[in-house]
Structures are given as structure tokens and as C-alpha cells.
Design a protein around this ligand. Structure first.
Ligand code: FES
Length: 344
């Protein structure tokens, strides 16, 4: 029986400098439309976003997306470039792969059986590079390759907090593999790669560049890292009322069933209109770095489901109602005055 495989795409984008010269409200509109468009793919694919601002000169952001079907990846890209922001985005690098069970045996790796399903560790950093082996590697007897790979694994196990996700690209894209590591400490990853350079398998590497160091952020935070309208700028546009409420948006932009990410000072706040009742909660999940404004509202239970690991929060109290989060999130008071939504 053919094993179940997933299609995995690493799409590195750069933004044209002309976008940074647009009026700030146009930039805000572009970001909101972009997020709403990608949220339309919820349930169809797994999506993680990363910023490369400050780590790489030729691209600004990475969208890591995983689906059971290539056509879904294609539909996402069409949607991305149909947005207003998409008109200012260019593809800097693109890598496509499929998950596949390794031909080598690693009995000491407990999760080897689940390797055909991508489960992001959601570590702070992602390190990505395309990988091609020398043809001489494939001419080696299998037992020699198995030994060399076990040596690789032995070195990798000295760095247990670094997790590897390798996908296969043979015949699908220019590289043979897309090698991806997740970790919270770039220094630890550097040490691991240096040590791997001395392994027998490393002598058979043909190409393992370019290398991308990516910083994980929610989609909104990733877009904010591009620059343009800054949270502080938008907050300054708000009106303050004497009792401490600050205008954060217009009620016309938040119809029933709607959600909007706004800023109170430098804090991101997620606003929801659930059947005419407005709720405001801190945008950052208490479990990880997900933006709750990218989550899904359950109107019947008045709860919000986090987009990353499915944690649930009560919208009125901020208390977690289902794991993995254990800590509550901050809630804000909301009122509407005229056309404006105020929170404090
Ligand atoms: Fe893990 Fe929200 S980030 S449940």
C-alpha cells in the first residue's frame, strides 16, 4: 500500500521597497486583506509564518505550508498573488518536497513511524536549506550508508532540543531534500552543524546552500516585521476618552461574525463580534506565539480556538477551557460610541 504523504512547500518572499512608501492606512488594509485571505485556507492546510528581516538579505518572509494535495498549495499561491499586498511581493526562493518514510532504520528514534506527517514543534527558529548529495553516495553499499546515517543520528541526539524535519524532492524540484531544523537556540544549531561537518556522510554533500535562518511569528507579527505602518503609529491615531478607553477601530469594520486585530499602545488586541456582542482579548496565545485573531470562534460556546495547537479560551473571561494552554489571557473592556470601538 502506498504510504500517506504530505506536500510541503517553503515559499520565501521579498517585498518591493515601493510598498514601504505607501500611505500607512493602505499598508494596514493590505496586511488585513492578506491575513484574511490566508485564513480562508484554514482547515485545508497547515501554515506557519516566519520573518527573515535581519537574518537574510534577499528575502523577508517565509510561508511554510503543508497539504495533502499539490493543488491546495497552488490555490494558496494564486490567492496570495491576488491580494493587494501580493502585487508588491516577489518569490525569492521556493522549495517543494513530500514527506516520506526514511529508507534507513533508526530504532532509537521513537517518532520515526510518524515521519510522514509534519508536526511543527513551533520552536522560535527554523533553519532551512536545500540539500543535494554526490552521486557517489548512492553508489555506496546500503549497509555503509546505513552506518553513516546512524552516525549522523548519534551526533544529532547530542542536541535533543533541535528537531529535524526532512522532506524529499527527488524529481519534483531542483534539490533532493529540503532539510529543516527547528530550535530555540541558534548557537546550539551552529554547534550541531559544525559537528556534522566531520561525519562520514558529510563528505558526500554536493550542495547545502542557501541557508535560511527564520524567526517564527504569527502571520500578523510577520507582516508587521516588514515595516510600514507600525503599531505605535496606529495607536496614535486612536482617540482617548477621559475614563481611559481608547478608540481602536470602526464598528463598520467589525460586523457580526467578524474579527479584527487592533493595537492598544504597543499591545496587539483581538476584537471579535459574536452575534452583536463585542469581545476584546490579548492577541497572543498564553501557550505559544500564535495570534488569537487568526483563531476560530465557536459562537455556541462563546470560545475561541487557537490556530496553532487547538487550545480554547472563554472569550468573556480569557480562561482556558481546553489544553494545551493552562494560563488565561488578558481581556479588555469594550464599548461602542458613535462609529468607534473603544477598549481599555
Ligand atoms: Fe499553542 Fe495557542 S500557541 S495553543
Amino acid at each position: 500500500m502506498t504510504e500517506h504523504r504530505q506536500c510541503v512547500r517553503y515559499l520565501f518572499l521579498r517585498i518591493q521597497s515601493a510598498w514601504r512608501r505607501l500611505p500607512s492606512d493602505t499598508q494596514v488594509h493590505h496586511k488585513e486583506e492578506f491575513v484574511a485571505t490566508l485564513m480562508g485556507f484554514r482547515g485545508k492546510l497547515l501554515l506557519r509564518s516566519y520573518s527573515l528581516m535581519g537574518t537574510r538579505g534577499d528575502c523577508d518572509l517565509l510561508l511554510w505550508h503543508v497539504s495533502d494535495r499539490l493543488e491546495t498549495l497552488q490555490a494558496l499561491e494564486t490567492a496570495i498573488f491576488s491580494t493587494a499586498l501580493g502585487g508588491y511581493l516577489e518569490i525569492a526562493h521556493s522549495y517543494l518536497g513530500l514527506t516520506k518514510r526514511s529508507e534507513y532504520e533508526f530504532p532509537e528514534l521513537p517518532d520515526a513511524a510518524s515521519r510522514t506527517v509534519i508536526r511543527p514543534a513551533d520552536a522560535r527558529y527554523l533553519f532551512v536549506y536545500p540539500f543535494v548529495k554526490r552521486r557517489a553516495w548512492y553508489a555506496l553499499p546500503f549497509v555503509e550508508r546505513q552506518e553513516a546515517m546512524q552516525d549522523h543520528v548519534r551526533i544529532g541526539r547530542k542536541y535533543p532540543s533541535i528537531r529535524i524535519n526532512t522532506t524529499y524532492s527527488f524529481g519534483l524540484d531542483d534539490q533532493e531534500f529540503v532539510v529543516v531544523f527547528e530550535g530555540d537556540d541558534p548557537g546550539e544549531f551552529l554547534d550541531l552543524v559544525m559537528e556534522l561537518r566531520g561525519s562520514p556522510a558529510s563528505a558526500y554533500t554536493e550542495r547545502d546552500t542557501p541557508v535560511f535562518t527564520c524567526i517564527q511569528m504569527s502571520l500578523y507579527d510577520t507582516l508587521d516585521s516588514l515595516g510600514g505602518a507600525a503599531p505605535e503609529q496606529r495607536a496614535a491615531e486612536g482617540k482617548d476618552e477621559a475614563d481611559g478607553f481608547t478608540a481602536v477601530g470602526s464598528i463598520a469594520d467589525l460586523p457580526p461574525g467578524g474579527c479584527k486585530r487592533v493595537y492598544l499602545g504597543a499591545d496587539a488586541v483581538a476584537l471579535f463580534n459574536v452575534g452583536g456582542t463585542l469581545y476584546a482579548i490579548a492577541d497572543r496565545c498564553s501557550h505559544g506565539r500564535a495570534s488569537l485573531s487568526e483563531g476560530t470562534v465557536d459562537e455556541a460556546r462563546n470560545t475561541l480556538q487557537c490556530p496553532w495547537h487547538g487550545g480554547r479560551f472563554d472569550l468573556a473571561t480569557g480562561q482556558p477551557t481546553a489544553g494545551p494552554p493552562s494560563a488565561p489571557i488578558k481581556t479588555f473592556q469594550v464599548r461602542v460610541n458613535g462609529e468607534h470601538i473603544f477598549v481599555r
